[in-house]
Design a binder for this molecule. Structure first.
Ligand SMILES: Nc1ncnc2c1ncn2[C@@H]1O[C@H](COP(=O)(O)OP(=O)(O)OP(=O)(O)O)[C@@H](O)[C@H]1O
Length: 256
């Protein structure tokens, strides 16, 4: 296995007296997709937000490519942000309804500088980004409400990949979509992960989906990890009754 790109150690998150994440340690190898599963409220999103440093852990450490994320200063953090993308569950809430797709996709370049265009014109770059997610340039002048849920999630994915991050957090990216539309988005993510060699943290409550997409899986229950291992082995031979119940609770994923 390659050296890990991301290592999280002993992550804890407390809100007042309530401990919502307790001593979670994870590592993700370069090019690997790690699934993070667990019932609603088990702390999956909180772990992901700590890894991305969107929230500060109460305790613990995160290293990304050897860099201590929680100790990074402002400019180092800006560099790290370029290397980490995120796609959230709700494809509509994530897109500003007053911005056309051109402005939504151009925003990362406005924040991080046009050298990220790698010599392309903005128009060429935006068209290429849309093509990569199965949309065409006619989308550029339209607004989010003009798209279906699946198309909106494709726009979110294009934006998350704009600065060519190495690491992508996918926080339940298809759970707001119809099953067949969700399967198409999963297959898109799978092919993008392969062509770009992305390292991913994939959050889901569906064990069959994790089995389809992920190399390894970490199972969370009430803020703690209960088992971590190869996705197929855990789906076929779960050790914990909790994991068995998660498997039983979700219908088989049909990859179309
Ligand atoms: N800002 C906050 N203040 C207080 N409690 C919070 C806060 N954010 C999250 N929590 C609590 O932390 C727990 C874990 O939430 P989290 O969103 O990480 O779970 P999850 O496993 O991602 O759930 P879901 O599958 O429903 O998204 C929940 O009980 C939630 O209410």
């Amino acid at each position: 296995m390659n050296a890990p790109l991301l290592v999280a150690e002993g992550l804890v998150k407390e809100y007042g007296n309530s401990r919502v994440v307790s001593d979670v340690s994870l590592s993700i190898a370069r090019g690997e997709i790690l699934g993070l599963v667990g019932e609603s409220g088990s702390g999956k999103s909180t772990v992901a937000r700590m890894v991305l440093r969107l929230i500060e852990p109460t305790q613990g450490a995160v290293h990304f490519d050897g860099v201590d994320v929680l100790k990074a200063g402002r400019s180092e953090m800006k560099m790290l942000r370029r290397r980490m993308g995120v796609v959230f569950q709700d494809p509509f809430a994530a897109l500003d309804p007053r911005m056309c797709v051109r402005d939504i996709l151009a925003e990362p370049f406005a924040i991080h500088g046009e050298e990220a265009l790698q010599g392309k014109s903005m128009e060429e770059m935006l068209t290429a980004m849309l093509r990569e997610v199965g949309l065409d340039a006619s989308a550029l002048d339209r607004y989010p409400h003009a798209f279906s849920g699946g198309q909106r999630q494709r726009i979110n994915i294009a934006r998350a990949l704009a600065l060519r991050p190495e690491f992508l957090v996918l926080d339940e990216p298809v759970s707001a979509l119809d099953v067949s539309v969700g399967a198409q988005v999963i297959n898109l993510l799978r092919s993008l992960q392969q062509t770009r060699g992305l390292t991913c943290l994939f959050i889901s409550h569906s064990m069959p989906l994790v089995r389809y997409l992920c190399d390894r899986v970490a199972v969370m229950r009430r803020g703690e990890l209960v088992e971590v291992g190869d996705a197929v082995s855990i789906c076929e031979h779960p050790r914990e009754a909790y994991t068995q119940a998660l498997i039983a609770a979700t219908p088989e994923f049909v990859g179309l």
